[in-house]
Design a protein around this ligand. Sequence first.
Ligand SMILES: O=C(O)CCC(=O)C(=O)O
Length: 293
Amino acid sequence: MILQEIPRISTISKEEFIKNYFKPQKPVVIERFVEHWPAFTKWNLDYIKSIAGDKIVPLYDDRPVDYRDGFNEPHARMKMSEYIELLKTEPTKYRIFLWNVLKEIPELQKDYSYPDFGLKLMKGLPMLFFGGKHSHTFMHYDIDLANIFHFHFDGRKECILFPQTETKYLYKVPHSLITHEGIDFAKPDFEQWPGLKHVNGYKTHLGHGEVLYMPEGYWHYMKYITPGFSISLRAIARNPRNLGRAFYNVLFMRHYDNFMRKIKGQKWIEWKNKRAIRNTESIIKQGNLNTYS
Ligand SMILES: O=C(O)CCC(=O)C(=O)O
């Protein structure tokens, strides 16, 4: 597995962004892009607690997928004030995932603006993510294969990314957007998951006020080094193939997966996990691969 550092720049014009990162579909971290946003000085966990402490929030942990859970269904709920106290006092696996700012804390809109990167951002979908020390996401990509601008606040977060070209080595679970849930991408076991020896990706650590650009359909794994939160702004996929896959995922794939969970139960999840292993193993058997570690 090769993980090259994602390039970092202080700030960028839209012309440079389009030429150097959007067109070649390469990730980048922009370190000082939001220093003029009120959010840069205001946004921390205490501030969120003071304006949204009474909200009941949906929480996700890293438990294996269970057929009884619907697609993206939360594992627990808690008052935001209790959740933030938990984040600040002890490591917790609970994360908030895809929480719509406009609907849930509209007041936060005063603190940021939609940057002009030369792409049309989807203004109705600014999403918030929170996590406690050491909590992490599955390695996944987003259902709409969008271009994602991920702004981080009040903490440090490790990010590992792979382009879609690496999917064949990643033990992708069919009819889903995740890799096999047994893999720990922070410390991969190459004996158990030999496909990962051949994979070529990117890594970075995001700090307060930094923005990570993730190109269309990029796989991403995020691990919170310290408690913190992020907001993602997104622009629709431009590559017609990615756009087609986005429509397929939204209109067909997730409903088919839910339907199969209902009729086949846990056997469906087990079959998908086995299939993920079989697919990558057959790529390895075909040979002629780069080996990085
Ligand atoms: O940071 C997280 O908790 C997940 C972020 C994510 O998956 C996204 O921005 O699409």
